[in-house]
Unconditional design. Structure first.
Length: 469
C-alpha cells in the first residue's frame, strides 16, 4: 500500500498525549495516515516576525510525519486573508460583490503555494499518493509537476465550484483551471459542482469530457467526481446519547423548561445566511403569537476570520439584528433568541442538537454543511427533531428527509418552522429514518476510502499534447 501525503492549510497536530483533535475530518484522515504511514503538511498557524522566510518544523507521531511551515505576515495577508478568503471564498459562494482582486494578493497566493511545494517535494517518495485539500492550495500540484513529480495527486474541494460566468470574472481563472487540471483526481461535494467545473472547461475550450467522469485539459487526463463529505456518524450519535450527563447540557435543559428549542450552529460567515435566518424566525414568531413564550431560538456562532473586514462587520450586523428582535419581542420571562458567540465542545453541541425540536440549517450557499448531518445523527430514534435545510447546501442532495427551503424566501422559512414545530411524531420518525441509515453507511471513513480508492486506481496521465501549452 502506498504512503499517503496530505496537504491542507491547517494541520490538526495531535496534543502531547498523541490524541488527534476532535472532528470527523481530522479523525478520518489521521486514521488513513496511520494505516498507510505518511506525511501531513500545512501551515503551522504561526507567523514569523523575522524578515527571513518560513521556518519548517517536523514532528513525528507514530507512522505520521507532520511537516509545518511558518509564514510571514505578508504571506498570510496575501495568500490566506487576501486571495483565499477575499477572492476564492466569496467567488465560490457566488458573492461577486465581495471579491477584491488585488494583484499583490494573487502573487502572494501563488508564491506561498510554490513555497509549500519546495518544502514538500524532498519529503515525497516515488510511489506516495498525494492528497491536497481545499481552495487555499489549488496551484500546489502544478508546482509539484513543474518540479518533475510524477506521483498520483488528488484534490478535494470542500466548498462549492461556481459556474463559468462567475469564475471568469477572476483575472487569473486560467491559471486556477490549469492548477486544478494538474491533478489526477478532483473531488467535489455535489454533481452541481462537477457540472459547473465541466462547464468552465468547455466554455473556453480548455478541455472536454472524454468518458464518464474523465476529462482532458492541457494535455492531461484526470477524473472529476462527486465525493460527498460526511461525519463520523456512529461516534457522533454515541456522543449525543451520553451528552445528557454533561452539566452544561443539564443547565440548558433546565433553563429551557418546557419550551421548544430551535438550534442554529455556524461559523460566523456571510455564506451561512444567519441574518436571513434571524429574520425568518422573527417573521415566524410575530406571525404566530401562540408560540411567543413557548419557543427559544439558540444560535451558536463562533467568530471566524476576524482579520477579513467583511467578517468584522458581520459580527456587528448579526449581534445588532438579534438584539433588535429580542428588544421588540421579549417578555420579562422569555427571550426569543439566544445568540452565543463562541465555540462549544463537541459533547455539549451534540447534547444541544439532541434537545432541539428543530435544526435550522439555512446557508445561502454551502459546499456540504456538516452541521446538518450532525443534527440528524444526534437525534433520538424514538422522538427525533426536524431538520430544516437550505436547498443550496450540498447536504440537501442527500438528506431527503429534511424540509428543504429557499433561505432567501423569509416567509417560506418561517412557514417551514411552523410546520416543523407542529409535525406529528410519525412523520418526524419517517423523515429521520429516511436519513439516518444513509448517514451511517456514508460516513467520513467511507468518504476517505472512496476517494483514495479512485486516486489509487485511475491511470490518468499525459494525453500526448503539450502540458506546458
Ligand atoms: P465549514 O464552512 O466550517 O466547512 P460545516 O460543514 O458546517 O462548515 O462544518 C462546521 C463544523 O464546525 C461542524 O463540525 C460544526 O459542528 C463545527 N462548529 C460550528 N460552530 C461551532 C461552535 N459554535 N462550536 C463548536 N463547533 C462548531 C467547510 C465548508 C462546508 C463543508 C466542510 C467540510 O464550507 O460546506 O461541509 O468544509 O468539507
Amino acid at each position: 500500500m502506498s504512503r499517503l501525503v496530505v496537504i491542507s492549510n491547517r494541520v490538526p497536530l495531535p496534543d502531547k498525549s498523541g490524541t488527534a483533535p476532535a472532528g470527523g475530518l481530522a479523525v478520518a484522515l489521521q486514521a488513513a495516515l496511520e494505516e498507510r504511514g505518511g506525511v501531513w503538511m500545512g501551515w503551522s498557524g504561526k507567523t514569523t516576525t523575522s524578515r527571513e522566510r518560513a521556518g519548517f518544523h517536523i514532528h513525528e507521531h507514530g507512522k505520521i510525519t507532520y511537516a509545518l511551515v511558518d509564514l510571514s505576515r505578508k504571506d498570510l495577508d496575501e495568500y490566506y486573508a487576501g486571495f483565499a478568503n477575499r477572492v476564492l471564498w466569496p467567488l465560490c459562494h457566488y458573492r461577486l460583490d465581495l471579491t477584491e482582486y488585488a494583484r499583490k494578493d494573487m502573487a502572494g497566493y501563488f508564491r506561498v503555494n510554490r513555497l509549500f511545494a519546495h518544502h514538500l517535494a524532498p519529503l515525497i517518495k516515488p510511489d506516495d499518493m498525494i492528497w491536497v485539500h481545499d481552495y487555499h492550495l489549488i496551484p500546489l500540484a502544478s508546482e509539484l509537476r513543474q518540479m518533475g513529480l510524477k506521483n498520483r495527486i488528488g484534490f478535494f474541494l470542500h466548498i462549492p465550484w461556481p459556474p463559468a460566468d462567475v469564475l471568469f470574472t477572476l483575472p487569473v481563472h486560467e491559471t486556477i483551471m490549469r492548477g486544478l487540471a494538474s491533478h489526477d483526481v478532483i473531488g467535489f461535494q455535489t454533481s452541481h459542482d462537477v457540472e459547473n467545473f465541466a462547464g468552465c472547461l468547455r466554455r473556453e475550450g480548455i478541455g472536454r469530457e472524454i468518458g464518464k467522469g474523465l476529462f482532458e485539459a492541457y494535455g492531461h487526463a484526470f477524473r472529476a467526481e462527486v465525493f460527498p463529505i460526511s461525519i463520523d456518524t456512529a461516534a457522533f450519535a454515541h456522543v449525543a446519547q451520553n451528552a445528557q450527563r454533561h452539566a452544561m447540557v443539564q443547565r440548558m435543559q433546565k433553563s429551557l423548561g418546557d419550551r421548544d428549542l430551535i438550534i442554529g450552529v455556524d461559523r460566523l460567515d456571510y455564506s451561512k445566511g444567519i441574518t436571513n435566518r434571524i429574520e425568518a424566525f422573527e417573521h415566524f414568531i410575530t406571525n404566530n403569537p401562540g408560540s411567543q413564550g413557548k419557543v427559544t431560538f439558540l444560535q451558536i456562532t463562533p467568530k471566524s476570520r476576524s482579520e477579513v473586514p467583511e467578517y468584522e462587520e458581520m459580527q456587528r450586523t448579526v449581534a445588532e439584528l438579534a438584539g433588535r428582535v429580542n428588544g421588540a419581542i421579549s417578555a420579562v420571562d422569555w427571550v426569543p433568541i439566544r445568540y452565543v458567540n463562541r465555540s462549544i465542545g463537541r459533547n455539549v453541541l451534540a447534547g444541544l442538537y439532541r434537545m432541539a425540536r428543530v435544526g435550522l440549517v439555512t446557508p445561502l450557499r454551502d459546499g456540504m454543511n456538516l452541521v446538518a448531518k450532525e443534527y440528524v445523527a444526534a437525534q433520538r430514534s424514538e422522538d427525533p427533531g426536524v431538520l430544516i435545510l437550505s436547498r443550496f447546501a450540498g447536504a440537501a442532495r442527500e438528506l431527503d428527509g429534511a424540509l428543504l427551503v429557499n433561505p432567501y424566501d423569509i416567509e417560506a422559512v418561517s412557514n417551514a418552522i411552523a410546520r416543523a414545530l407542529s409535525m406529528p411524531l410519525e412523520a418526524r420518525r419517517e423523515r429521520w429514518n429516511q436519513m439516518m441509515p444513509h448517514l451511517l453507511e456514508h460516513d467520513v471513513s467511507r468518504w476517505c476510502e472512496d476517494f483514495l480508492k479512485v486516486l489509487a486506481a485511475e491511470p490518468g496521465g499525459s494525453t500526448g499534447a503539450d502540458q506546458a501549452a
